[in-house]
Write a protein that binds this ligand. Structure first.
Ligand code: NAP
Ligand code: 8YV
Length: 317
């Protein structure tokens, strides 16, 4: 039987590429010198897409008139226009759950690094500044006694909350609605959440609805002891407003794993002393990335074997 033709948009993990090559006729868009010419030539044969970090919109889908499924690497899928996919009757899958605990671990690590300046302290030692009578300065902030406001109490948000509770933090949250069976105080507005806490953990998805939700007003409400941690998406925070709030002391510090224009991180942010910046490594252990990659493969295999996806995005359910 003829193997289905699928399109790969970027290089993927070896375990993914090997399995996809065994099951499908894989076309690698990233290897084409002229991507438009390649799509014009093979676009109508493509039935599936193994997607990482490429935008899927109406224009892209038009070039793949017979595509049935987009299997995206990662739980966040703000790079996929799900309305366009629904209109074109294209299934979209993502990789939830398998990365939840890893990302929550990273979020907690980033929060502690930021509040206790652990990255800066390590640089102090590595740069030879730790001498007799020259300890690293005491941090003005402590994790103890903090109130953590979680913006996006979903799978990862709840895993962060569970960990934070064991550190003795009080937890509050904001989302589009109050969740039944969740006892943490709920705030109907993000500004209300920020006013009630001193540490804001952003773990909401990206996309038009959350674009710049963390703006100058929210940062002002967080206050001068406030620390923002972003493990969700860069687009959720107005980066220029964040820089301004850090520069003038409106808030205390920030720990960021994600940025508005990755991999570009503005110098104005990096030169601030109370900023901890990580290169989008929330899920980036080999084991977790392999599990995510396996789901990309399994969604495609299941779709072509049974006509059903394993982990469709909520809009497709
Ligand atoms: P999830 O279970 O769907 O949780 C998302 C939460 O955000 C839900 O509680 C939802 O609550 C809330 N939310 C969704 N849309 C919202 C909106 N428009 N306004 C306000 N709140 C909204 O997803 P997850 O698995 O926890 O992942 C969350 C996000 O983390 C992903 O979308 C991705 O962007 C990010 N992520 C980052 C990394 C990294 O490496 N840094 C790794 C994995 C994931 P309501 O429905 O009640 O609003
Ligand atoms: C990945 C992520 O880094 O799952 C997500 O939404 O942001 C991360 O786990 C990314 O999707 C792929 O590089």
């Amino acid at each position: 039987m003829q193997k289905p033709d699928i399109l790969m948009t970027k290089p993927m993990l070896p375990i993914v590429e090997e399995q996809l090559d065994a099951e499908f006729n894989v076309h690698r868009l990233h290897q084409a010198e002229d991507k438009q010419a390649m799509l014009a030539e093979i676009g109508d044969r493509i039935r599936g897409v193994a997607l990482s970090w490429a935008r899927v919109d109406e224009a892209f889908l038009k070039q793949l008139p017979n595509v049935e499924i987009v299997s995206s690497f990662g739980v966040g899928y703000d790079h996929v226009d799900t309305d366009a996919c629904l209109k074109a009757q294209v299934m979209v899958t993502h990789t939830p759950d398998v990365l939840t605990e890893e990302v929550a671990d990273t979020a907690i690590g980033l929060m502690i690094m930021t509040v206790r300046e652990l990255g800066q302290a390590e640089q102090y030692l590595r740069n030879g500044h730790w001498k007799p009578n020259a300890p690293y300065p005491l941090t003005q902030a402590t994790l103890q006694g903090r109130t953590l406001g979680i913006f996006g109490l979903g799978r990862i948000g709840k895993a962060i909350a569970k960990r934070a509770e064991s550190f003795g933090l009080s937890i509050h949250y904001h989302g589009r609605s109050q969740q039944p069976g969740v006892d943490y105080p709920y705030h109907a507005s993000l500004e209300g959440l920020a006013a009630a806490c001193d540490t804001l953990m952003v773990v909401a998805p990206g996309g038009a609805e959350t674009q710049h939700a963390v703006n100058a007003e929210v940062l002002k409400a967080l206050g001068p002891a406030g620390v923002v941690i972003n493990i969700g998406r860069g687009s959720v925070i107005d980066e220029a407003a964040l820089v301004a709030a850090l520069e003038d002391g409106t808030i205390y510090g920030a720990g960021l794993d994600v940025f508005e224009h990755e991999p570009r991180v503005p110098d104005s942010l990096l030169k601030l002393p109370r900023v901890t910046a990580l290169p989008h490594v929330g899920s980036a252990s080999q084991a977790t990335r392999n599990d995510m990659g396996q789901l990309v493969v399994d969604n495609l295999k299941n779709w072509f074997a049974t006509g059903r996806p394993l982990t469709p995005v909520p809009e497709m359910k």
